[in-house]
Design a protein around this ligand. Structure first.
Ligand code: ATP
Ligand code: MG
Length: 409
C-alpha cells in the first residue's frame, strides 16, 4: 500500500493523565519508540499537541513501522496520517465565511479524498468522523464531517453509513494542525517500558507466567526472569522452551532481557526425608520465592511477579499464597490473580506466547507431590524451614544461578 504521507501519528493513552511528571514518561516513550524503530528510515519523532508524529524518509516503510510501533507500551493507537497545517486552512475558511460562501476546506477535503481512495479496497460504505480538540475552529464537528464527507463521496462514490461503515475517514482538528487518517491501528496502551522500576519474574514453562510478565511489562516494569529447573544441569533440563518464551517477551522490551537459570537440587537434597509429602509443594514454593527474592535484591529488582490465579491449583488457595509469601519482604505482584483460565489463555494467544507455552516441558512443579495440604499454617512452615535449613538451600541455589542474556534477533 503506497501512502500519500510519510508521517505516522501515535496517540498515547494513560500518560495523558499524568501531571507534572508527564514529560519524564514522554521522554521514555519516545526513547522506546526510537529503539523499536532502529534501522527504519525515521527522520524525526515530534510531540505535537498530544500526539507523537513520526516522520519517515521513505513512505514505503509506513506499514512496517506501524507494525513495530504496535508493540511499544504507552501507545494507544497508531495511524499513517496526512498533516494539514492550520495556516493552510484557516484563512480560506475565514474568507468563505465572510463572503457567505459554503466553506471549501480544500486542503482537508483533498487529503481525505486521497486517503479514502488509497484505502477503499473491499469497502462498500464509509463515514467521516471528526473531533475537534480546538473548539475555536470556525466549524463544528458535524459541519466538518458533512463537508469532508461530500468530498470523499465524490472521490470514491461509496454511500455514507453512520453505524459500522467499512471505511472511516478521521479528521482531527488540533490547535496548529489538522490530521486526516483512515485506519487506526490499536496498540496496547499501558505505560512506557522501564518507567515503573524492575521486577523479577518467576517464569515457568506454562501459559500463565509469560502473560503475568507481559502484563507487568505493560505497566512499565522492566523484568528479569528466573526459572527453576530440575535435573543435574541446564543441558539435561533442556530449557530452550524457557529461552524462547523470554525471546517472545523481548519483542515488547526496549532492552535485552536477562534470564537466571536456577537448579532445584539444593532444595531436593535438603528436603528429602525431612519434609512430609503433603508439605512439599508449599515448601518448594517458599524455596522458589525466597531464592527469587534473593536474586531480585542482587539485581535491583523491587518486586517479584508470579502467574498465580486464585484457586487455580492447590498452591494458589488464599491460605497457601499467604503461607508461601509469609517471610518474603518484597511485594509479590500477581497480575492474574482475578482472571480465569479462559481469559489468561486469550491473552497468551494475543501476545504470541501460546503456541510455545503449550509445547511439552517437564516443569519441576509438575513432579512434586500431587496431594498438597490446602491449609498449611505459617507456623508449621517456619518449623520445617529451619529443620531442612531452607535458607542454606536458598543461598546455594541463588549462588548457582546462571545468567543468560536474550537479545531479539
Ligand atoms: P504457568 O502457566 O505459569 O506455568 P501454572 O499455574 O501452570 O502457571 P504453577 O505450577 O501453578 O504454574 O505455578 C504458579 C506460579 O509459580 C507460576 O505462574 C510461576 O510464576 C511460578 N513457577 C512455577 N514453576 C516455576 C519454575 N519452574 N520456575 C519459576 N517459576 C515457577
Ligand atoms: Mg497457573
Amino acid at each position: 500500500m503506497a501512502l500519500a504521507t510519510p508521517i505516522i501519528a501515535c496517540a498515547y493513552g494513560e500518560i495523558a493523565l499524568k501531571g507534572r511528571n508527564r514529560k519524564v514518561f514522554l521522554r521514555k516513550l519516545i526513547n522506546n519508540m526510537q529503539v523499536a524503530l532502529k534501522g527504519e528510515p525515521v527522520a524525526s519523532i515530534k510531540h505535537v499537541e498530544s500526539r507523537l508524529l513520526v516522520h519517515l524518509a521513505d513512505p514505503d516503510r509506513a506499514a512496517g513501522v506501524t507494525l513495530k510501533l504496535r508493540d511499544v507500551f504507552g501507545l494507544q493507537w497508531i495511524s499513517p496520517v496526512a498533516v494539514v497545517p492550520r495556516a493552510e486552512v484557516d484563512p480560506e475558511l475565514r474568507e468563505d465565511q465572510e463572503s457567505g460562501r459554503e466553506p471549501r476546506l480544500a486542503r482537508i477535503c483533498a487529503a481525505a479524498a486521497v486517503l479514502a481512495a488509497e484505502n477503499r479496497t473491499g469497502a462498500a460504505s464509509f463515514k467521516v468522523e471528526t473531533r475537534r480538540s480546538d473548539r475555536a475552529f470556525g466549524l463544528n464537528s458535524p459541519e466538518i464531517s458533512r463537508l469532508v464527507g461530500a468530498a470523499v463521496f465524490q472521490a470514491i462514490g461509496l454511500p455514507g453509513k453512520m453505524s459500522q461503515p467499512d471505511l472511516t475517514v478521521n479528521v482531527l482538528v488540533l490547535k496548529d494542525n489538522v490530521l486526516v487518517f483512515t485506519d487506526k491501528e490499536p496498540a496496547w496502551g499501558g505505560l512506557p517500558f522501564g518507567s515503573s522500576g524492575r521486577t523479577m519474574v518467576l517464569l515457568s514453562g506454562g501459559i500463565d507466567s509469560p502473560v503475568a510478565a507481559w502484563l507487568m511489562m505493560r505497566r512499565g516494569s522492566r523484568p528479569d526472569f528466573v526459572h527453576f529447573y530440575s535435573g543435574r544441569n541446564i543441558q539435561e533440563a533442556d530449557v530452550d522452551k524457557i529461552k524462547e518464551l523470554v525471546r517472545i517477551l523481548a519483542r515488547y522490551s526496549a532492552v535485552p532481557l536477562r534470564l537466571f537459570l536456577v537448579p532445584v537440587v539444593p532444595y531436593e537434597m535438603r528436603s528429602i526425608g525431612v519434609i512430609p509429602d503433603r508439605y512439599d509443594m508449599v515448601m518448594f514454593r517458599r524455596f522458589m520465592v525466597k531464592t527469587a527474592s534473593r536474586l531480585a535484591r542482587r539485581n535491583s529488582c523491587l518486586g517479584l511477579v508470579t502467574g498465580d490465579s486464585l484457586g487455580q491449583v492447590a498452591s494458589q488457595t488464599l491460605h497457601n499464597l499467604g503461607a508461601i509469601s509469609s517471610d518474603v519482604e518484597l511485594p509479590i505482584l500477581r497480575p492474574l490473580i482475578g482472571m480465569d483460565k479462559m481469559e489468561i489463555t486469550a491473552w497468551s494467544k494475543k501476545i504470541g506466547a501460546f503456541t510455545t507455552s503449550i509445547q511439552p516441558y517437564r516443569d519441576c512443579c509438575s513432579i512434586r507431590s500431587p496431594k498438597p495440604e490446602l491449609t498449611d499454617r505459617a507456623r508449621d512452615l517456619l518449623l520445617f524451614s529451619s529443620k531442612m535449613e531452607l535458607d542454606e538451600a536458598v543461598r546455594e541455589a541463588a549462588d548457582a544461578a546462571e545468567k543468560v542474556e536474550i537479545v531479539l534477533d
